[in-house]
Design a protein around this ligand. Sequence first.
Ligand code: PMV
Length: 305
Amino acid sequence: MSASALHAAEGRATGKVILLGEHVVVHGHPAIVAGLDRGVTVRITPGDTRPEPPADGLSRATARAAELLAIQQPFAVDVDGDLPIGMGLGSSAALAVALLRALAAASGRVLDETTTAAQAHEIERLFHGTPSGVDGTAATYGGVLWFEAGTPPHHEALTLTEPLPLVVVLSRTPHATSHTVGSLRERAAASPRVYQPVFGAIASLVASARDALLATDRSALGELMTMNHGLLRACGISTPELDAIVEVALGAGAAGAKLTGAGGGGAVLALPAGDGEPLAQALRDAGHDCFVTTVGGTPQRRTTT
Ligand code: PMV
């Protein structure tokens, strides 16, 4: 396969928000994740007309993707997208999946989804050490998913009876997933008697949130999200900035709000009680950068050649 010519191709993958269960998913509990309508597009052009790029994240991810797909021919990579980076919205997993899709299409192949998610997980290890795989799975499949880490990981699509509006609020502080995950892992290992019951409590919230989502019970879902935030805060994952955004969202009438992703910065997810736009406007009026999204809607276009 690697001997056949490459041709120009494009691959796309979307980001994600974790509705509930980040961090505990690394410790063997389920999480609920939803694909965003924002994402990353990678364009592959055969031949390499550019100077050698510096050894940054993109070039390491590209080299690993080419290695996984046994592609040896030279090519150039262009990346485009509308997904904020370093905000816990799955940009590195979306990049990995878009790269794999673009490279597979450029070499005349279609990667099945199981392989795509597994290879994206491999690429994510370059950035995050020991990721659960939730981001790569969300970037591969989209939709709203129940996810459990493992070998192999398990996921299940949750079919919502109506799309769910969410407001994603960007803090001013980018986060570092590997640092936040690593430091919680150390605290949990040092004091399992303290942390394991809290992880178990978050897992109960995740299970109840699944029922609330399937029953389209926004007020129950919101309450569970806010409780999840409180427990993540108790675990040392939040920051005063994220807590303040949660308070503004709740004060503006959100049904619930929590940090989303690894924390220590990044984004807050607010669940509007009604339409998303009035809540987003209240957050903007309070000086926060945010956007409204809808999860559980139609899947996105994935590759073009
Ligand atoms: O990198 P982020 O912010 O999207 O966080 C991913 C979710 C974590 O549970 C914190 C890590 C993981 O690998 O599941």
